[in-house]
Write a protein that binds this ligand. Structure first.
Ligand SMILES: C[S@@+](CC[C@H](N)C(=O)[O-])C[C@H]1O[C@@H](n2cnc3c(N)ncnc32)[C@H](O)[C@@H]1O
Length: 335
């Protein structure tokens, strides 16, 4: 059991070390420019030596009109997680913008200060830095996503962070989507994204690519931005053209809602609850729909989905006498 635990920890540590590419940060951040003016930004899972979040915010400090940038660097107590980490000390960095007028962020313009602990985002000293921030922007460790989001919500922070689409079904995350306290970002709606991996990371991924200076990249599927910052495209209405008929739209066996297999098939004239594929969240307009719940497991049970033919609270339909559970559904209703 101890060995299994070690293996799991090692696997999680591995999955936590994916470095975001600058182009992905640029593509998302351009939708929020006015919201950053006069704000203090915190990147709290970011070694400034390798983080493109740090790079993006220093390079765009004046363009965004930031007040301050703070980055904390996590230093693991036992193993060196940073490929380029040449210091035993966890540090944080403050950047207040260009001082000498050459519009280039330089080391002399940055204040590097020691941390007492290892820079864990949950530590008291990192929480003190969190309190100073208006907006938190990073790609946090995948294995700690639940705790990471919970902390942002507890301290009522604005945030723009990267995570896996799988997180939407977490019982700690889905209620935030449902209550309109968090939504998916603007620039990534499908496919995968390439992340840089550290030197020590062994991989058999067919997507492995070597870049300049032997830097290595792998593609990770199901990546999304999660945010509570508003953006214009979020209010674009989804154009619906299909009409409801009881023949075409089957009602679930264990919940009073119809099943819709494709986003483009959402009927424009149905006022009841509809179970739709989770990728609706990529184009979800809060003015058009409300989220009622998630169609699987404990979350489904909590909104009254009854046990199905397998004895589980997963949405189920019966077609020609055959019982099936449509994959990944969220329940919505037109507003
Ligand atoms: C997915 S990586 C992303 C790194 C960087 N934000 C980026 O996007 O390139 C997550 C980072 O969080 C760091 N980390 C892991 N556990 C942490 C913790 N408890 N507190 C702060 N950072 C942590 C990892 O070492 C890793 O560098």
């Amino acid at each position: 059991m101890a060995n299994n635990l070690k293996l799991n920890n090692a696997k999680e540590a591995k999955n936590d070390e994916f470095y975001t590419q600058l182009v992905d940060i640029e593509n998302e951040l351009r939708h929020y420019k006015p919201l950053f003016k006069g704000k203090t930004v915190l990147c709290n899972c970011d070694d400034p030596r390798v983080s493109n979040f740090f790079k993006y915010f220093t390079l765009n400090f004046e363009h965004l009109g930031l007040k301050r940038l703070i980055a904390t660097c996590y230093k693991h107590q036992t193993i060196d997680l940073f490929s380029q980490n040449d210091s035993e000390q966890a540090v944080y960095i403050i950047y207040d913008g260009d001082k000498n007028g050459n519009h280039i962020p330089e080391p002399e313009e940055m204040e590097v200060l020691p941390l007492r602990g290892d820079g864990d985002f949950r530590s008291e000293e990192c929480i003190e830095l969190l309190k100073q921030a208006d907006i938190v922007c990073t790609n946090p460790p995948f294995s700690l996503f639940r705790e990471y989001v919970a902390q942002l919500v507890r301290y009522e922070k604005k945030f723009l962070i990267i995570g896996s689409i799988n997180a939407i079904s977490y019982k700690e995350v889905f209620p935030l989507l449902k209550e309109g306290k968090m939504w998916l970002g603007c620039s990534i709606h499908s496919g995968d994204r390439e992340f840089e991996i550290p030197e020590w990371y062994t991989t058999t991924s067919p997507s492995l690519r070597y870049g300049e200076n032997g830097r290595r990249y792998v593609r990770v599927p199901g990546i999304r931005w999660f945010t509570n910052l508003d953006f214009k495209e979020r209010h674009d209405e989804l154009i619906l053209y299909k009409h409801y008929s009881p023949e075409e739209y089957i009602t679930y066996d264990n919940y009073d809602a119809i099943n819709v297999d494709k986003i483009s098939d959402i009927p424009c004239d149905y006022d009841g609850i509809m179970g739709v594929p989770i990728n609706l969240l990529d184009v979800f307009n809060p003015d058009q729909f409300e989220i009622i719940g998630y169609g699987k497991g404990e979350l489904a049970k909590s909104i009254g989905v009854r046990s199905n033919h397998r004895g589980r609270a997963d949405l189920a339909i019966t077609v020609n006498g055959k019982h099936t559970c449509p994959y990944g559904r969220i329940l919505i209703r037109k507003k």
